[in-house]
Design a binder for this molecule. Structure first.
Ligand code: CA
Length: 692
């Protein structure tokens, strides 16, 4: 069934009902083929690929909900994902069925009109994998092609599922399981190949992107983004050219980084696949490449041939990255008239704080302008295409305060482009960071390998002036048109529609709509918990819906220890929220989460507490929060039930709470580590009691 063949929907739907009620798998006309994916942005009812179309504009042509009636929007239905971790997925919709993912890479198929579950597929990701995930056990969604659903799992697998039943058709392991690779990004299907990258540069990996035959799962090609061990054969001419930009050091032992963990886009006319690459691994260039150099292809936008993986051009946003300035952020393709000339452009607002407009045929830089306060570079030179980096930003001080920080001025949260207004709606943030090198850095397999003082990094994180802001950016005028400030820095991705609207959930646990032309807030509804995911819009039986995943989490949420009150109150119960005009469904009331504060008397020698603080900030902080202050998605270890502290050896070393997502760390930690960890946690509990 091709997108746009709406008339067959009724038949399709009744077959599906029959299928589900009888528990029998019936063959059904398959989902979008190559032509449908190329035309996906033109389909009104469906949302067939991650960014809606290959250009990733996230613009819905639906206008039944518009700036004149959005006030009467209401909840149509909500769907419980049965998770308490971050939800970042973009749902896809095809012929009245919505496909989305939750924490631990679980896939859901849901009736898009009623919210009724049709099937769910749990890939059974081993909970140990959570220790390899820098930024929560999230997943950003699936790809849809010829009757199959494609999903990448946190433990590095790529699966093809049957669209109607969720039954696996094939499965491949896309990573070396002995290295700390994870997959959180959504695959894309281009010309019969499923394209997928991975993450892990905070721990130590070598980045790459792979393409697999959609029918069979056979590897078609793989492009490594950074050179490996120079003593071994070099994999591509592109890497031959990259090698001289790495100077001294033994980056390959840690991995080098450059992971392709989120953004992809495709231009069928130019036949170019655009790939965003991540930060260096370790973060500090001084360790990775002590002789300096640009370290290609870190923090870059790559244009590849989708048939072969051959590199056609590259643009590096942050040469010699030392600040976790990934260029994995959302890329939007559009045709803009710039200085009187129609240009095929690619737009990106990477973590480093500049909004880039490139000619996507050639990679030529057309403009780059700061969209938030930036101090690591003075500006980007449009002649050379290079940033004028302030040398002091390269850790000239101890510590060195840099803006933006590693959370980025904009992270993975998708932006959107409205061709009617000519504006890009960018979920931006200001989260400064204080960099302090670890002078005694040694590579620790299994641990974080940033090259930074981890106790300092964790305890200073989230200090300073934090801000979150929705920016309407004019990519032709190279300036901001309007902005909406948020109370928290970490907010949802955006959707824009032909109804002159911008939709965005936020860290204040609200779901809102703004007028696209001037940013006036026209609608606001409770979301039950903080929202970070981007909304989508679709139509079923002639009625327009807007749908968004609600589940607080992701990197900043885990590290910031400042969750929305609603998230704490409701235990971060994950949901898919779907709205329509006149919707009158009620959001389920939160069940209060128990917190134990009864004092525990224990002997806590200061030296043990200090040693425990170090263990905590090297191994536990990424999930349990700085100074053991919970971020709202994972238990706050200061308020655990008293028995938990006595069971720490079993929990931490043997993985007794593995089924709840707490991995065992017995491979790296011992009983002495756990003893000091207990002392530290009990001291933090006692401090909390005196604060109250
Ligand atoms: Ca990173």
């Amino acid at each position: 069934m091709r997108a746009g063949q709406r008339t067959s929907y009724g038949v399709h739907s009744s077959i599906l009902l029959l299928t589900v009620s009888m528990g029998i798998a019936l063959a059904c006309a398959p989902g979008p083929d190559d032509a449908a994916l190329r035309d996906a942005a033109g389909s009104t009812d469906d949302w067939l690929s991650h960014g809606r179309g290959y250009a990733e504009q996230r613009f819905s042509p639906l206008a039944e909900i518009h700036d004149g009636n959005v006030q009467s929007l209401g909840l149509a239905w909500s769907f419980a994902t049965d998770t308490t971790r971050g939800l970042e997925a973009t749902p896809l919709v095809h012929d009245g069925i919505l496909y989305t993912t939750g924490a631990w890479s679980v896939v859901f198929a849901i009736d898009a009109g009623s919210g009724r579950e049709l099937w769910r597929f749990d890939p059974q990701v081993p909970r140990e994998t959570g220790a390899k995930a820098c930024c929560d056990v999230v997943n950003r969604g699936v790809a849809l092609y010829r009757g199959r659903i494609y999903v990448g799992t946190l433990d590095g697998r790529l699966l093809a599922l049957d669209e109607m039943t969720g039954e696996p058709v094939w499965e491949v392991l896309t990573v070396d399981p002995t290295r700390p690779y994870t997959i959180t990004g959504a695959p894309r299907v281009v010309k019969g190949k499923v394209v997928i990258g991975n993450g892990g540069a905070e721990f130590g990996v070598r980045g790459y992107v792979s393409a697999y035959d959609a029918a069979t799962g056979e590897l078609a090609w793989r492009f490594y983004t950074v050179p490996g061990d120079p003593a071994l054969p070099v994999e591509s001419p592109a890497l031959e050219r990259a090698l001289p930009t790495w100077k001294g050091g033994e980056w390959w032992k840690v991995g080098g980084g450059g992971t392709v963990w989120d953004s992809l886009a495709y231009d069928p006319e130019l036949d170019l696949l655009y790939v965003g690459t991540g930060n260096g691994s370790p973060w500090t260039r001084e360790i990775r490449s002590p002789g300096g150099g640009d370290n290609l292809y870190l923090s870059s936008i790559l244009a590849l041939r989708p048939d072969t993986g051959e590199l056609v051009w590259h643009y590096q946003t942050t040469p010699g990255d030392s600040w976790d300035y990934t260029a994995t952020q959302h890329m939007i393709l559009a045709d803009l008239v710039i200085e009187g000339r129609e240009r095929k452009v690619l737009m990106q607002a990477p973590k480093n704080g500049f909004f880039y407009v490139l000619d996507r045929a050639t990679g030529e830089l057309l403009s780059a302008d700061a969209y938030v306060p930036v101090n690591w570079a003075e500006r980007v030179d449009l002649v050379t295409g290079r940033p004028l980096i302030d040398p002091r930003a390269r850790y000239a001080f101890d510590p060195t305060d840099v803006m933006p920080g590693p959370t980025g001025a904009h992270s993975w949260h998708p932006m959107s482009y409205n061709p009617d207004t000519g504006l890009v709606y960018l979920p931006a943030q200001q989260i400064p960071f204080s960099f302090r090198r670890d002078p005694a850095f040694v590579y620790r397999p299994g641990g974080w390998n940033l090259g930074l003082d981890m106790v300092w990094s964790a305890t200073s994180f989230g200090k300073g002036t934090l801000a979150g802001v929705l920016i309407a950016w004019d990519p032709v005028a190279r300036s901001e048109r309007w902005r909406v400030p948020h109370r928290r820095p970490w907010n949802g991705g955006t959707l824009t529609t032909a109804g002159n609207l911008v939709f965005q959930g936020n860290g204040e646990a609200r779901f809102e709509a703004y007028r696209a032309t001037d940013g006036e807030r026209l609608f606001s509804a409770p979301a039950g918990t903080g929202v970070i995911a981007p909304p989508v819009s679709y139509r079923v039986d002639g009625e327009q819906y807007v749908s968004v995943m609600a589940g607080w989490g992701g990197g900043f949420a885990l590290a910031s220890a400042d969750p929305p009150e609603e998230t704490l109150a409701g235990g971060n119960a994950g949901r898919l929220l779907t709205f329509k005009l006149g919707g009158d469904a009620r959001l389920p009331q939160p069940q209060r989460v128990a917190r134990s504060l009864e004092p525990i008397v224990a002997d806590l020698p200061a030296a043990e507490v200090a040693a425990g603080m170090r263990v905590f900030h090297e191994w536990c902080v990424a999930c349990h929060g700085p100074a053991a202050i919970g971020g709202g998605t994972i238990p706050d270890l200061r308020t655990a039930a008293p028995a938990v502290y006595d069971a720490l050896p079993k929990i931490v070393l043997e993985g007794a709470l593995r089924s709840k997502g707490m991995p065992g760390f017995g491979e790296w930690l011992d009983v002495n580590d756990v003893a000091v960890l207990r002392a530290y946690l009990l001291s933090r509990r006692a401090e909390l009691a005196t604060e109250q």
